[in-house]
Write a protein that binds this ligand. Structure first.
Ligand code: 5GP
Length: 207
């Protein structure tokens, strides 16, 4: 069976990643989302085990020590990490796994899984980012300022991604991601089996 693609979707906080991911999951039954573990407090409406596995620092650090996370990072004062078992299980079942994680995590994922696909989602401008963050109305001005400062830092790391997706119009954004995933499937790094098979078969024709 074909192994699934591990897709990292990063972007500034407020870039619209969450909405994009929901659409991708709704439109493809072979896409699943990895639920991260975090020490951040739940926002209103967030559910444990659905949005995140909410936990305390002690439990988080114990999970790190036990090797239960593929990667983890500290972001605006909290830990966030990707549980290992679920991701590996889903990939081996042939599902495409989405990780909605920040940039340090994305870099670590690429080191561990060189055939992962790193996508960076951004609004068309910084002003639009600020507008979206304020419009969400769930955070204090301090937290918003922290997120914008973090975005300025993260903008320096965009070059490490495979593709940038500008999220101006959601439908276009979904179409772009679909096209990128389709293209990624045809890259040699994700076609090792076919390449190996062709080489083996062609051995017979060697002169
Ligand atoms: P938020 O607090 O807005 O839900 O998430 C803050 C940041 O942490 C976002 O950029 C989000 O993508 C990132 N994040 C969520 N889960 C993980 C994770 O498991 N690992 C890493 N490295 N970042 C994560």
């Amino acid at each position: 069976m074909k192994k699934g693609i591990l897709m990292v979707i990063s972007g500034f906080s407020g870039a619209g990643k969450g909405t994009l991911v929901k659409r991708l999951l709704a439109e493809h039954e072979d896409y699943v989302l990895s639920v991260s573990m975090t020490t951040r407090k739940p926002r209103e409406g967030e559910r444990d085990g659905v949005d995140y596995f909410f936990t305390d620092r002690e439990t988080f650090e114990k999970t790190i020590a036990e090797g239960g996370l593929i990667e983890y990072a500290s972001y605006v004062g909290n830990y966030y990490g990707t549980p290992k078992a679920y991701v590996e299980d889903q990939l081996s079942k042939g599902n495409n796994v989405i990780l909605e994680i920040e940039i340090q995590g994305a870099r670590n994922i690429k080191k561990i899984y060189p055939d992962s696909l790193l996508l960076f989602v951004t609004p068309p401008s910084a002003a639009e980012l600020e507008r979206r963050l304020k419009g969400r109305g769930t955070e204090t001005d301090d937290v918003i300022a922290g997120r914008l400062a973090r975005a300025a830092e993260e903008s320096l790391g965009i070059d490490d991604y495979d593709y940038i997706v500008v999220n101006d119009d959601l439908d276009t954004c979904v179409e772009t991601v679909d096209a990128l995933v389709e293209a990624a499937r045809s890259q040699p790094i994700r076609m090792k089996e076919l390449i190996g098979q062709l080489r083996e078969e062609l051995e017979a024709y060697r002169k």
